[in-house]
Design a protein around this ligand. Structure first.
Ligand code: GLN
Length: 535
């Protein structure tokens, strides 16, 4: 294919409409037609990346293979496209300004006054095109975070306007809005959509395609009205109705021929509609599953919808591949203790101990772990969850009652989890953890080895603390084995208790590496153990 095509996805009316899912779904439809597609997210905030934001601010922090702490929408892009993203797929205002300011300090602007237009907008445009130029993608889909009209997204919108002018047919804008239903009037209201499109037009952008988010089916009258008042072709007004799972969205868009509309607009031949067999099979298995598997997720952010996004999606995928409906129960770690854990967790077929930072809620994680260990309930500990597994075992089985992580208690006499050597001189908080994909060698015969079906794996990381190898022999003598380690540093990556049915802790984050067509083997194995436990 000749030129890279650029598709921008903007949003209006309200936030949280799911631009990321729309971008990922559209990407999926184009990919299914044989095109090479990538998706990137531009976030208008000033943080360099979301790594320093807490989950209350910004939901889960996703991690790419090359160690970038990224927006959680990159997780959707990977889960839908089954293609890895990198730091180039997530840009913030902070990074744009940092790069422009660095160039200014080097003297690259040759004495010019450095301004939002053209210097910031040029830097945005350079970043939009980076992936297309470097990796020769057929389609680069760029999601612009925030809502049109926000002060902070203006430079991004201006860059889209310029790119549309420069690239002509090779650049289009998909605008996502919301059509509310006013129950008292028994009517759907298109005015917010009209206003939001007007706002885009005032900024010089005529959207090419509109996607209307709605809770119920919209009539063709409403769609025609939107087309007329928003100056958009009738077939380019698409509705995106609420569906039971986000993985149905590509099919909802395909039924309305959104991909065909876009191909025609960018001047590409339409060709036959792809069957998307693996996708349909996945959804069919979900529908066909009648029995459930009950998984308890223990963490301190369970009340937040997006805090454990990748874990939720990995569990859902693993349940479907085990032909089970996922029945996910959330347990706030601050509310669990030795007195109530057995009662609260008694119906769980499997228990997952979430990652995290800091002391809050840690005692509840120990209580859940003690319950799982003593009652032989399949249990997966991820990152801090694995570290808690180690501490709980040291305290309760090895008799080291004051064992701890130096993250929680720097003066503990038994530092079974300790700061990594390379972290000791770190002062900057941003991007300074052990991040991204590292090798891990698994011991033959272990549960982890069985799950992956091979000894050499790679998973992604995000941590500063590690299992203290000085205690390795003591743990193994007491029955907790170190069955996975990094081949270069010998850092312990996986622990498990072979005497139990399935009790595995991993320092890495398998949830960042689970997609619809390629579910993560450790999650599949964990859920399988939970299903067997139920029997
Ligand atoms: N707080 C722990 C560490 O930094 C675990 C981090 C995590 O769970 N992602 O090592």
């Amino acid at each position: 294919m000749a030129d890279t095509k650029y598709i921008f996805v903007t949003g209006g009316v309200v936030s949280s409409l799911g631009k990321g899912i729309i971008a990922a779904s559209l990407g999926k439809l184009l990919q299914a037609r044989g095109y090479k597609v990538t998706i990137q997210k531009f976030d208008p905030y000033i943080n360099i990346d979301p790594g320093t934001l807490n989950p209350y601010e910004h939901g889960e922090c996703y991690v790419t293979v090359d160690g970038h702490e990224a927006d959680l929408d990159l997780g959707h892009y990977e889960r839908f496209l089954n293609v890895q993203t990198t730091r180039a797929n997530n840009i913030t205002t902070g990074r744009i300004y940092q790069s422009v300011i660095n160039k200014e300090r080097k003297g690259d602007y040759l004495g010019k006054t450095v301004q939002v237009v053209p210097h910031i907008t040029d830097e945005i445009k350079r970043n939009v095109k980076l992936l297309g130029n470097k990796y020769k993608f057929d389609f680069v889909i760029t999601e612009i975070g925030g809502t049109v009209g926000d002060i902070e997204s203006l430079p991004f919108i201006e860059s889209v306007r310029q790119l549309k002018w420069e690239l002509g047919k090779n650049c289009i804008c998909v605008h996502l809005t919301y059509v509310p239903y006013i129950a008292a009037a028994k009517e759907y209201k298109t005015k917010p959509t009209q206003h939001s499109v007007k706002q885009l037009q005032e900024l010089g952008i005529q959207p090419d395609v509109l996607v209307l988010r709605t809770e119920h089916e919209l009539s063709s009258n409403i769609l025609s009205k939107v087309a007329l008042f928003c100056n958009v072709a009738q077939d380019a007004v698409i509705q995106s109705i609420d569906v039971p799972t986000i993985y149905e969205v590509p099919l909802v868009l395909q039924r309305q021929k959104m991909d065909e509309v876009i191909l025609r607009k960018v001047g590409l031949e339409v060709g036959p509609t792809p069957e998307m067999k693996p996708w349909h099979q996945f959804l069919q298995r979900k529908v066909d599953a009648t029995e459930t598997v009950k998984i308890g997720l223990v963490g301190k952010y369970v009340e937040l919808q997006d805090a454990y996004k990748s874990i939720d999606e990995s569990l859902l995928q693993a349940a479907i591949y085990n032909d089970r409906k996922l029945d996910l129960h959330l347990f706030h770690s601050e509310k669990l203790n030795d007195g109530n854990a057995a009662e609260l967790l008694k119906d769980m077929d499997g228990i997952l101990i979430a990652p995290g930072f800091g002391q809050r809620g840690i005692e509840g994680k120990f209580a859940a772990l003690k319950y799982a260990r003593e009652n032989d309930v399949p249990c997966l500990g991820i990152c801090l969850g694995m570290q808690c597994m180690v501490i709980e075992f040291a305290r309760d089985v090895m008799g080291l009652t004051e064992a701890n992580s130096t993250e929680m208690e720097p003066n503990t006499p038994y530092k079974v989890i300790d700061l990594m050597e390379e972290q000791k001189n770190v002062t900057n908080m941003g991007g300074s953890m052990r991040l991204g994909a590292y090798d891990c060698t698994l011991k033959k015969g272990s549960k982890a080895y069985e799950a992956y079906g091979q000894a050499h794996i790679q998973e992604r990381h995000r941590h500063r603390f590690e299992f203290n190898s000085e205690y390795r022999d003591q743990f193994e003598a007491a029955g907790m084995m170190c069955v996975g380690e990094n081949p270069e540093s010998n850092l312990v990556e996986v622990v498990e208790i072979p005497a139990l049915k399935w009790f595995v802790g991993v320092q890495f984050h398998p949830e960042y590496n689970s997609t619809v067509v390629n579910p993560n083997p450790l999650f599949v194995s964990f859920v399988k153990a939970a299903v067997e436990n139920k029997k």
